[in-house]
Design a protein around this ligand. Structure first.
Ligand code: NAD
Ligand code: ZN
Ligand code: ZN
Length: 344
């Protein structure tokens, strides 16, 4: 089958022919109907050989949906032909975190070399995807695969991040979204669906700010040195009750701190090497700083239910598998508006 692979450190993703996978005991084979491209893939492809925690080549794609093509011995619970989404952060399935459905925080995955598809195991940017266990699958029903696939990460990750801050985001409060790309443009919609907060979006590209307004941001501002001051003005000096940074580079983590008000939640989602120190005189009193990773399986079900209720309008730029290397180039160059989705 055809697969998009990252083959050697520093190389560009390349289309390759690999053997058709066959499901072993307990495994499920999916015919991929859509796979999303995430900026984390760019981060992986920027790592040195020492930083990589798995061998190459790697078939990319940690956002995947498909139809069940075959079941391995003993696998049950889904039917051939059923449309399913893949819960990507695979864990051991038995530790304390996994027992709660939080396989994203599996206590044994690192030690046991358990990796998500597309981030260690062969991913969804291929004609077929092997899924280790039926528990990693969530039924899609009638949801459209192409517009739904980003929800497995670009939806689930902000959903988990925002859900924690929902009790603070009552009427009259402000939430700031920094970086309105794949994750950020879904975050704006989740904030609108889950809270009565005013949403202020920041980005460095005008087309992305336009998309932010279209999907529900009350204000969309350039992310520059004046942004924090503008947010103070808009909040009557109070600052924001919650700030979500979907870029995570040093200038945006600093900006996230500058936007925060007393008792604010600052959530660093972007993986760009930035950090935010906490301490007296550095951040407003009682600011909480978090760095969450992905989300739980039940939260993926909740995000899919929001989509079923028509509350999410995911902006997708569609590519074939042959065009996938170009999709990654555009993502790298900041030229994808919304999410790039590959349809094999
Ligand atoms: P993306 O490329 O689709 O979006 C990034 C957006 O940030 C773009 O719109 C870009 O214009 C904007 N941007 C760049 N510099 C900026 C700045 N200085 N100020 C404001 N906006 C700026 O990327 P994505 O796929 O949405 O991923 C976003 C980040 O989240 C990446 O770092 C990715 O690795 C990370 N991520 C983290 C998790 C997690 O579990 N923590 C999960 C998925 C992705
Ligand atoms: Zn991702
Ligand atoms: Zn575990």
């Amino acid at each position: 089958m055809k697969a998009l692979q990252y083959q050697h450190v520093g190389g560009a993703p390349t289309l390759a022919t690999v053997p058709d996978p066959e499901p072993g005991p307990g495994q499920v084979l999916l015919k991929v109907t859509a796979a999303g491209a995430c900026h984390s893939d760019i981060a992986v492809m920027s790592m040195t050989a020492d930083q990589l925690t798995f061998p190459l080549p790697l078939t990319l794609g940690h956002e995947g949906v498909g139809t069940v093509a075959a079941l391995g011995d003993g696998a049950s619970g889904v039917a051939v032909g059923e449309s399913v989404a893949v819960y990507g952060p695979w864990g051991c399935g038995v530790c304390h975190s996994c027992a709660q459905g939080k396989e994203n925080y599996c206590l044994r995955a690192a030690k046991e070399g358990i990796h998500p598809p597309g981030l260690g195991e062969p991913g969804a940017m291929a004609e077929y995807l092997l899924v280790d266990d039926v528990r990693h699958l969530v039924p899609l029903g009638d949801l459209d695969p192409v517009s739904t696939v980003p929800l497995t990460d670009a939806g689930l990750t902000p959903y988990h991040a925002i859900k924690i801050s929902v009790p603070k985001l009552v009427a009259g409060t402000t939430a700031v979204v920094i970086g309105t790309g794949g994750l950020g443009h879904v975050a704006i919609q989740l904030l609108r669906a889950m809270t009565p907060s005013r949403v202020i979006a920041l980005d460095v590209v005008e087309e992305k700010l336009e998309l932010a307004r279209r999907v529900g941001a009350h204000e969309a501002l350039l992310s520059d040195t004046k942004a924090a001051e503008r947010i103070r003005e808009l909040t009557g000096g109070r600052g924001a009750e919650a700030v979500f940074d979907f870029v995570g580079v040093p200038p945006t983590t600093a900006l996230a701190g500058q936007c925060a008000g007393i008792e604010a939640d600052v959530t660093l989602v972007g993986i760009g090497g930035g950090s935010l120190p906490v301490g007296f005189g550095i951040l407003p009193y009682e600011t909480t700083v978090r760095s969450p990773y992905w989300g739980s399986r039940s939260e993926l079900e909740e995000v899919l239910d929001l989509a079923r209720q028509g509350m999410l309008d995911i902006h997708v730029e569609q590519f074939s598998l042959d065009e996938a290397p170009r999709a990654y180039q555009l993502l790298h160059d900041g030229k994808i508006n919304g999410r790039a989705v590959v349809v094999p």
